[in-house]
Design a protein around this ligand. Structure first.
Ligand SMILES: C[S@@+](CC[C@H](N)C(=O)[O-])C[C@H]1O[C@@H](n2cnc3c(N)ncnc32)[C@H](O)[C@@H]1O
Length: 241
């Protein structure tokens, strides 16, 4: 198999030598195949809700698909796995709300895995908020360029049990709509230039939203204030390098 794209490589780098993994929504299967072929993951499970997608992963695996360490499972989210069956779970290239739904379907099972590497295509702020409000430890927030897009990669560790997850954090959290969930400060420590560019992209989107709100007839003062607050946050971070 050829090398991975930068996005998939950054996700792969979050899986440590010897860790087993399952890729939920694997589609082409490139990531788990890479981890297995390079001796990083001793066994991988490729999962997808779509049989045609899973067929792509089988085709990419070629003759290897009949080996014992490669496993292909059709079905929804984590339902195709048993509790603690692998160390790490990757869920990449899906919307943030779908990732959240997959993870919240059976919290007990979700908390049985050691680490999640998530790459939401959108709604990353709401996903981070959900993780934090369920006591997940968000250990790393990274960015990677893919074509004209900047993608986000979240590495998070679940709490030890579903009870702790449901209990939530001891300190109150910022509101789900706060911009800090979309652009956490630690991104600037790791990748200041890309994070600043990402803040500029978000600033542009938010300014257009404000223009739209101000043009509409039924303007709620609270909505304007919320967007202005987000604009302030992104503007402060857009030129931070
Ligand atoms: C855009 S592809 C992403 C492929 C790969 N993970 C990547 O990041 O390059 C999204 C895949 O997720 C699968 N998918 C969507 N919802 C799913 C679910 N609930 N459970 C498992 N797979 C799902 C789709 O069938 C599709 O193959």
């Amino acid at each position: 198999m050829n090398g991975l794209t930068d996005r998939l490589q950054m996700i792969a780098d979050e899986i440590q030598q010897g860790e087993t993994m399952a890729d939920i929504g694997t589609d082409h299967g490139f990531l788990p195949l890479h981890l297995w072929e390079n001796g990083i993951s001793p066994s991988v499970i490729m999962c997808d809700v779509s049989e045609p997608s899973l067929a792509k992963a089988k085709a990419a695996a070629g003759a290897y698909q009949f080996g014992h360490e490669l496993d292909f499972r059709a079905g929804d989210g984590l339902q195709v796995l048993s509790a603690g069956e692998v160390d790490d779970i990757v869920i990449a290239g899906m919307g943030g709300l779908l990732i959240r739904d997959i993870m919240s379907f059976d919290l007990e099972k979700t908390c049985s895995f050691r680490k999640f590497v998530l790459q939401p295509r959108n709604n990353s702020g709401l996903l981070r908020y959900w993780l934090a409000s369920r006591n997940f430890d968000i250990v790393k927030n990274q960015l990677v360029r893919e074509g004209k897009f900047i993608c986000e990669i979240i590495t998070a560790k679940p709490p030890k049990s579903a009870e702790i997850a449901v209990l939530g954090p001891s300190e109150p959290l910022p509101d789900a709509g706060e911009a800090c969930w979309e652009l956490p400060e630690d991104m600037f420590g790791i990748q200041p230039e890309l994070a600043s560019e990402y803040a500029q992209v978000k600033l542009g989107i938010e300014e257009k939203i404000l223009e739209g709100i101000l043009r509409s007839c039924n303007v709620e003062e609270a909505d304007i204030n919320t967007v202005r607050k987000r604009i302030d946050y992104f503007r402060r971070h857009a030129y931070e390098i």
